[in-house]
Design a protein around this ligand. Structure first.
Ligand code: ADP
Length: 491
């Protein structure tokens, strides 16, 4: 039945350019035979003539629409032949001329109809074919994209906003141990209920997927904790990229998930080790120092110089050890987010003077100069700022030549106190000025690496200044010296 419908219905054949000549020929011949039978039974020339003309128009229209211009023309040829047959069999010779004229006019009209309808059909066919091809291509493109995503060695999720569909590739399903094929709302609900940051549950708007939509741009490598259905905790680095259509509307968001659990677990073990080691070392060193103090007191009383010098040496070494342990403890506090600052009001210029005097007393080979000193009241953690100043001065002394000057400047600018420590030592290369604030980073090359240190001081200083909402940076020229700056907002 469907086949007959398709065979007879010219509309159903649109877009399938299989034009036939045989069907119009057979169809028109059958129609002419039928018309002949009708003409015989009616016996009225006018009625049968009108019937023939209407039937002819219908035949030309039908076959042109079904089989194109060629189909229409074939129909017209048969019809014209039939008209000549009618004239020859039923009219006197005297009427032939006027009849031929009518045939000629009718033929011209039919040809016009066939050309117009044929052109219309061809245009429609072309349009439909084009549309079909582009949908087919789009479909193929979609399939290709899907299979590429499926085979990627990275866990990928595609959230199709337009189709309200979220799908994940095999790698993602393996990683999350879950099938990802559901609606947008379900994905948001699922991710938000299982994602954590620093042990706290995620709010919906923190999801990288929604952030990418809200901001309309790529959200890069955000690290989150994710609790899987089997209760395993994963550390994931998630990036989301919004995809736009030609109207600049976001149609989907592609996200990648990297499992960084092994790295994080290693980091966690390292942090725990630093934490434990520094705590374990702190107690024996403190008691060593106490006993050394006691011993020193006794030796000083007896005036035993052979014992005093080695004892003073041991004490200076244990003090150095104590400083290292205290730096390790600070690093551990920073990494676990436990570095606290206790703010109080004090005069920053007094603190600067205090630290500089202390250094000047012990380091006579350097000249520490304070410039532009004036009272600056700040609300900050006095001990921690003392630590920053100590670190900058220690470095300035450590990385500069004997006898050179160190200049400390104080200033109030843009609502902040600005302190700078300038030395005329080895300096820092421009590309390393930012890196030296990273943990365990030491800028100097092997030739210069004769300076003791572990690369913790500037990292701790940066975190302390960050806690005060200030800034810390370095300037200067390699070989000419460096200047370190830090600011503390006054309010
Ligand atoms: P440490 O001095 O213990 O190595 P820091 O974190 O204090 O660690 O400093 C990191 C690195 O920055 C140092 O190893 C050194 O290369 C560089 N640096 C710091 N201060 C100066 C300075 N005043 N002049 C030249 N280089 C410096």
């Amino acid at each position: 039945m469907e086949k007959i419908k398709y065979f007879l219905n010219p509309m159903a054949r649109l877009g399938y350019p299989y034009y036939s000549i045989l069907v119009p020929v057979v169809g028109t011949v059958i129609a002419c035979i039928l018309l002949e039978t009708v003409a015989f039974s009616v016996q009225n020339q006018t009625v049968s003539g009108i019937t023939v003309i209407f039937a002819s128009i219908a035949l030309v229209l039908y076959f042109t629409f079904r089989d194109g211009t060629k189909g229409g023309f074939v129909t017209i040829v048969i019809l014209v032949a039939y008209y000549f047959y009618i004239v020859y069999t039923r009219q006197e010779m005297s009427q032939w001329e006027s009849s031929f004229q009518t045939i000629f006019i009718l033929t011209a009209a039919y040809l016009l109809i066939a050309s117009l309808i044929g052109w219309l059909k061809q245009t429609l066919d072309l349009l439909i074919i084009k549309e079909k091809l582009s949908t087919q291509m789009a479909e193929e493109e979609k399939l290709r994209f899907k299979s590429i995503i499926q085979q990627l060695p990275v866990a990928v999720r595609v959230a199709n906003i337009a189709e309200n569909k979220v799908e994940g590739n095999k790698k993602l399903e393996q990683l999350l141990k879950r099938k990802i094929n559901h609606s947008f709302a379900k994905e948001v609900e699922y991710m938000a209920s299982r994602t954590y940051k620093n042990g706290k549950k995620f709010s919906v708007e923190d999801l990288s997927l929604l952030k990418a939509i809200k901001k309309g741009k790529k959200i890069l490598s955000e690290e989150v904790e994710f609790i899987r259905d089997d209760k395993k905790r994963l550390f994931l680095s998630v990036s989301s990229t919004p995809i736009y259509n030609s109207k600049k509307q976001i149609t989907s968001v592609v996200s990648t998930f990297y499992d960084v659990t092994p790295e994080r677990e290693y980091q966690q073990r390292k942090d725990n080790f630093i934490n434990m080691a520094s705590h374990e070392l702190k107690t024996p060193i403190t008691s060593m120092n106490l006993y050394l103090d006691l011993l020193l007191k006794k030796v000083k009383k007896t005036n035993n110089s052979t014992l005093l010098t080695p004892l003073l040496n041991v004490r200076s070494q244990t003090q150095r050890l104590q400083e290292l342990v205290s730096d390790l403890l600070d690093v551990s506090r920073i990494q676990t987010g436990k570095l606290r600052v206790k703010k109080q009001e004090f005069l920053l210029n007094e603190l600067v003077r205090e630290v500089c005097d202390l250094f000047q007393q012990t380091r006579k080979d350097k000249k520490i100069i304070i410039k532009n000193s004036k009272p600056i009241v700040v609300v900050a953690d006095r001990f921690r700022i003392y630590q920053v100043l100590t670190n900058l001065l220690t470095n300035a002394i450590k990385y500069s030549h004997k006898g050179s000057e160190i200049i400390v400047r104080e200033k109030v600018t843009n609502g902040s106190a600005l302190i700078s420590v300038q030395d005329f030592g080895i300096g820092i290369a421009e590309d390393e000025r930012k890196k030296i604030f990273d943990l365990l980073y030491q800028a100097n090359d092997t030739k210069e690496r004769t300076f003791p240190g572990l690369g913790m001081g500037l990292y701790i200083s940066k975190e302390i200044i960050k806690k005060h909402r200030g800034k810390i940076w370095a300037d200067g020229k390699k070989g000419k010296g460096s200047t370190f700056y830090f600011t503390i907002p006054l309010k």
